[in-house]
Design a protein around this ligand. Sequence first.
Ligand code: MEV
Length: 440
Amino acid sequence: MTKNERIISGFSKLNRSQRIDLIGDRLGLDEASRLVLDNFLHQNPSTQALFEEFSENFLTNFFMPMGVVPNMVVNGKSYIVPMVIEESSVIAAAARAAKFWASLGGFRARVAGMVKKGQVHFTWSGKAEYLTKVFPVLKEKMLAATEELTSRMRQRNGGIIAVELVDKTEGLENYYQVDVSFETADAMGANFINSCLETMAAVLVDELNNPERKGEASVIMSILSNYTPDSLVECWVECDINELAPFSGKLKPEEFARKFEMAGSIAQLDVSRAVTHNKGIYNGVDAVVLATGNDWRAVEACGHAFAASNGNYRSLTFAQIDGNRFRYTLRLPLALGTVGGLTKTHPVSKLALELLENPNAETLMMIAAAAGLANNFAAVASLTTVGIQQGHMKMHLTNILNQLGANTEEKSACVQYFSDKNIAYAEVEKYLNQIRSANA
Ligand code: MEV
């Protein structure tokens, strides 16, 4: 095949069955694979059409399980929290931790801010002093140009809240930013922010390149920033140390609390552990973010940058022991929305928000943080007591059995047999073969 023959042109213009034929012919897909593509289409044509509109080059729907965590008490209110996640132990772990903390008053949470930012990145060949001098007038003109765009958002107490000129010429010749802060009420606000920025960029170029100009301005790009450290949520739990007994396994609660605290300190110190520790937090956070139709890539990218904001990547949680009290806190940036985007157009996201009793963005941020803290608490508690594999492999048993093609009877026989044993793939396979030969 020549280089040009390998390039597929006009793919997006093909209809779905033409796309499947093209791919099928090229890759030699058999009937069974083609059937998978058809089997996952939605039976309701209008729902199916909706899914096809979400993305380009559609082939089929990709299913993920959605489960719920009951008893997630946040600031005194009990939520049934929908989570979309494929890792079998995550919901079980969150549910166990949520129920435990519910019995102790639940999670406390507060939102420290909901400010988002965007930037017009531009170059200016003239003097920095000239920009500084004209910026106040320029700023008013840029703001005036966005009046129409921001009017509805202002009615919802959002809009543009600050506009600043930032001189970045030390890092890059002639490089400046217009740094804009926004509040977007209950919306994620990406389109709103980007539209405002592009409008401001056009004014900037027009104004700076005027006939009496003292240099040349050129816009490089205008885009929101997914780094939202000022959209910050803090979530914590606390109890007397002896109340930790249900999670302390064979350890005394005091010993467990010390080990837990030490595990937290390790995650503050060591990047290899910190990444895994934070991954455990995002098991919960992402599952809520995904269920509610929010952008989990933005949430993750921002959270990890925040975790590294002092120069070393560290854990997003910290444990404190003060006398007889144990307190565990999570601080993370979360820019979430409950209107716009996929939140209400995806039928299951809409339902997920209904299950949460249609929270505003601020409440959703606190619930997602609580899910993150619940998962992380459960993970670190297991790690510092019985180890992670016991719980993990129990849940993983079903996956192994599915991989081995076990039927319903075989599954229940295996679940019973392994209820008091260590689970490993080879052992499950061995036992399954035993049952099969006995029944042959
Ligand atoms: C697995 O998905 C998450 C954990 O590795 C998190 C952790 O180690 O803290 C169990």
